[in-house]
Design a protein around this ligand. Sequence first.
Ligand SMILES: *Cc1c(COP(=O)(O)O)cnc(C)c1O
Length: 355
Amino acid sequence: MSRFLHPKYAALEAYTPGEQPRDRRYVKLNTNESPYPPSPEVTAALSQTDVEELRLYSDPEGKALKEKLAWYYGCRAENVFLSNGSDEILNFAFMAFGAAGAVFPKPTYSFYPVFAQLHGVDYREIPLKADFSLDVERLCGTGRFTVLANPNAPTGLAVGLDSIRKILDSNPEQVVLVDEAYVDFGAESAAELIGQYPNLLVVMTYSKSRSMAGARLGFALGDPALIADLERLKYSTNPYNVNRLTLKLGAAAVDSALYFVENAKRIIATRERTAGALREMGFTFPASQANFLFLSRKNLPGEVLYQKLKARGVLVRHFSDPSLADYNRVSIGTDEEMGIFLRETRAILEEEGLL
Ligand SMILES: *Cc1c(COP(=O)(O)O)cnc(C)c1O
């Protein structure tokens, strides 16, 4: 830290992203990226792009892409906000809606407390129940900006729209943000509720099911007044937050929506096959509705499995939080990648005398 940094950031603990190693080739199951490439339509849109266009700024309104997404989700362009990855929306939302404090479950996406600290938002964490299910009652009527990943990370468990409605109904004076980064892998989307709830903001990303993590594209759906609040902060930060290429590729991905739906189905099938094999090896995990499994096994510390898999060329995510020490979060890759993961895991269990 330099002596020039504003003192208010001195104690800020930054978010730690998953490793993106370059030392060797790994079977990379640590950041929930899609194992499948972007759609052929996205590839075509990129190859038809004239580099000359990069001379020009992107459309700050992102109108063409907003209209496509509005068509896909059955709303209007004024219900859509575009961002440089959905993390940017989370940042703006904590900035915009945290005046009365925030509330979110624990454990959840570890970026939420970072944004709260960054913007000086007082936050309360509501522990998940012992089986990792959400304590819906305790998230009701808090009078705070409510942030909910559904499905949750890193557990993979989702709640139904009945629970989301309960939280929304109990908190009419506060925004309820539903982070649907993993919704395409089996959960119910709250997008259909935006017309009924002026306090609902649904956040989605191209990074997981749409195979475009590197393009950095996220979007939010909500009441036009909420979207206008986010636009106000965007135009006060970076009007051109989404670059030209990404706007174009994002639109091409909506044109090929069936492709990502099919990929999500393949990933769900691979997840269920992987889950079966892991159960036979004595692992336990919540019933994931996301593209990862949050697993643990008796007599096998999470850190040991993580390190041994890494040495064998398989990268999974282990968290530094001591309450998560027993666990690893394993992204669902292709069948072939999961075959390697299972083979190496079995070998480690044998090495440890556990099989
Ligand atoms: C991956 C993820 C995001 C956002 O990712 P972006 O790449 O910034 O769109 C947001 N929330 C959760 C819970 C995630 O897992």
